[in-house]
Design a binder for this molecule. Structure first.
Ligand SMILES: [Zn+2]
Length: 375
């Protein structure tokens, strides 16, 4: 292949720490194959790379990073792009049929390629994988599919064999902190976000940026403070976390609504060509809003766990370099009580991740009562 230099596809240069993967994608963007599998651990930047690759494929200038096509692709809302992700535990067959199979063989809303992104592709259930396989067997000329997975071995061989594999490596905590700093996040906050996110780049970026950023940690601190007052305080703590999660959900809903604006006419009605794209965006927004409460509660529980862990570290004489919240003044705690508290929190997180029908309030109350009893 000729003419692919470092200057081509500038948008792909914005993915940190994955030089091999992005070098491969630069080559690929010049003459794309039908399907790619982005394989690598959670938090290595697969999603960011998928957005950048989508921009390179949809931009008329090959991924300048600045035009309308690039901007929309980088925000997952280009009308020619479909993003599919699990609902509950699986990606269902109806989703693949309506979001991938049908649109793949139809004319795209805007001239140019069609791009399909399947997140956590290992969660395609068997019948969903069968429908996807049909598309991979007879790929439309103008479509490019990206499958993302941290567990590529769990994908059916028939699907794997039709994808070009792009490998992503795990990133270290210090690398993630430096990457956030390079994006303009203040050094202390970048390190804190990287540490709390366990070196997961995407999560660290969400924690480190935006006004919401570390608000969850304040909620976690307040909750722990209430819990220290016994069982009544534990019930209050659950209430406090739910109220914060509800505020988060509302803000997210408002934010998502504004994303539809570019595809509406001056009366706020969808323009014809965009009906399908708008419907998909709305569906995705609904799913995100439905998940928002759980996501936020999980973040708070993670924050609680990190605070308790730090108190143990202080009790056994650990310095700031081993703390997850090195910027806070925390008191030492009893090690046995802390272990029981962390177990309560982990039980709650596992229960909420496993069963979408559980009553969040009850799970939180149980977790906080567990911590109060342990103290
Ligand atoms: Zn562009």
């Amino acid at each position: 292949m000729t003419g692919v230099t470092d200057d081509a596809f500038p948008v792909l240069g914005t993915v940190p720490g994955q030089e091999l993967a992005t070098a491969f994608l630069r080559q690929a963007a010049a003459r794309p194959h039908h399907a790619y599998l982005f394989a690598g651990p959670e938090g290595g930047g697969k999603q960011q790379a998928a957005r950048a690759f989508a921009a390179a494929l949809l931009c008329k200038r090959g991924g300048c990073g600045e035009c309308r096509d690039c901007r929309l692709a980088l925000e997952d809302r280009h009308p020619n792009e479909v993003v599919v992700e699990p609902e509950g535990r699986d990606i269902h067959v109806e989703t693949v049929r309506s979001e991938i199979w049908h649109p793949a063989y139809r004319t795209s809303p805007e001239p140019g390629r069609k791009v399909f992104v399947i997140r956590e592709a290992d969660r395609l259930n068997p019948s969903a994988a069968d429908v996807l396989l049909k598309v991979l067997e007879e790929p439309p000329a103008d479509a490019v599919l990206m499958l993302l997975s941290a567990r590529p071995d769990e994908l059916p061989e028939t699907i794997l064999s039709r994808c070009h594999v792009v490998s992503f490596r795990p990133l270290s905590e210090s690398f993630v902190a430096r990457a956030l700093e390079a994006e303009g996040i203040e050094a202390g906050r970048a390190l804190l976000a990287a540490r709390l996110a366990g070196g997961n780049l995407g999560r660290a970026r969400r924690l480190g940026s935006g006004t919401d950023g570390l608000a969850f940690r304040e909620t976690a601190r307040e909750a722990l403070d209430r819990v220290s007052h016994g069982p009544a305080g534990a019930i209050e703590a659950a209430e406090l976390v739910l109220a914060a999660a509800e505020r988060y959900r509302k803000d997210l809903g408002t934010e998502l609504e504004s994303e539809l604006a570019p595809f509406l006419d001056e009366r706020g009605r969808p323009e014809d060509a965009y009906r399908g794209a708008i419907r998909r965006l709305e569906e995705r927004h609904k799913r995100q809003v439905r998940r928002a409460e759980r996501d936020y509660v999980d973040r708070v529980l993670l924050g609680v766990s990190a605070l308790v862990r730090d108190r143990v570290a202080i009790a056994v004489g650990g310095g700031p370099d081993v703390l997850m919240n090195p910027d806070l003044e925390l008191e030492a705690t009893d090690v046995a009580a802390a272990a029981a508290a962390m177990a309560s929190v982990e039980d709650a997180r596992a229960a909420l991740a496993e069963d979408l029908n559980l009553n969040t309030r009850l799970v939180l109350e149980q977790a906080f009562l567990g911590i109060a009893r342990a103290a």
